[in-house]
Design a protein. Sequence first.
Length: 451
Amino acid sequence: MSSNPVAETVASLLPRAKTELAELVAFKSVADFAQFPRSESEGAANWIAEALRAEGFVDVALLDTPDGTQSVYGFLPGPEGAKTVLLYAHYDVQPPLDEAGWATAPFELTERDGRWYGRGSADCKGGVIMHLLALRALKANGGVPVNVKVIVEGSEEQGTGGLERYAEQHPELLRADTIVIGDAGNFRVGLPTVTTTLRGMTLLRVQIDTLAGNLHSGQFGGAAPDALGALVRVLDSLRAEDGSTTVDGLDATARWEGLEYPEEQFRTDAKVLDGVGLIGDGSVADRIWARPAVTVLGIDCPPVVGATPSVQAGARALISLRVPPGVDAAEATKLLQAHIEAHTPWGARVTTEQIGRGQAFRADTSSPAYQAMADAMAVAYPGETMSYAGQGGSIPLCNTLAGLYPQAEILLIGLSEPEAQIHAVNESVSPEELERLSVAEALFLTNYAAG
């Protein structure tokens, strides 16, 4: 990175950033309080609130959102008449999954092979630290040239919509000229990237019932309708032979215009086993950024160990449908529910329950904020030009903010590049990416203020 005062300051602050990230990662802040204590999330929220107060933020508050979680808000006044920038991240994390699969403890930040490992290190506690680093670097070099609002969500991973509903009920709170969402990532390490589209998402819980109770498979199997077998048939109907998502009435032919994702690179990033093919048709970018994608997240059925020879009376599954930009998530949900009902065999009783939903998002890349970010990225990543990419995941708040503040410019950056393995075991963050993106964000705020 070329030498400049902001970059030098960020570099000097990295050891402190590592210590703080370790403190934040240590909170088991999974916003599913049936799995993890509420006190862990509250501890993370309080840590962030104290960090904001220490940086001179005023009006720092823990917002009790309608889904029963807390988001952290703070305001840092800038010069008179300055523009206002909202910085977003989230402190809740995905469960660690199989802890035995982690090389080191998931809630203990550990350095290994030049990366920092721990749940939330990239997604998105690292984003909180990125914002703090950028602001500290500016304060050390003449001051922060804009008004800054920070909002750190407490339930983004759960998709329960608490912050979206809170923002709708308090529309002035998050109003800003530009919004920087720190929950995306570079296309690869070292390639500065802004995410310009996000797929939306709907989560459905599906229950199928066929019998009053389980039956002996020898005595009744062959005629008694098997609820688990019915569920398997339903789930299979959601994919074509090549693995493409097939929900009746939902278009799955859109094309991605922009940065392409080479298939071999995708295989490496996704760690696809040798000899196993990718699913779907079209380019990789088409499949993960522009088209719907269904995933079976879980099935309630007897485990293999301890299973009895029984015909199952009931079975259920949790299904995720990623919805591409241009498709309304509510309409996609109706189509998915109708598809499941139409493809449930044998007259089995089926119920569906929506437990989460978020709209897709498409940014306006022609805005002045994008040029300010491109100029900042060019300094933070010498020799590289900022790229535009899509993201298959969802950040439901984006569309809420775009609807509330249609004049605001929204940019998505962050630390979740492919090597980070977010949502998987052994999640990690690149300290070099944390450094460069913190520099880029600081320089962006300077550029944007001057524009």
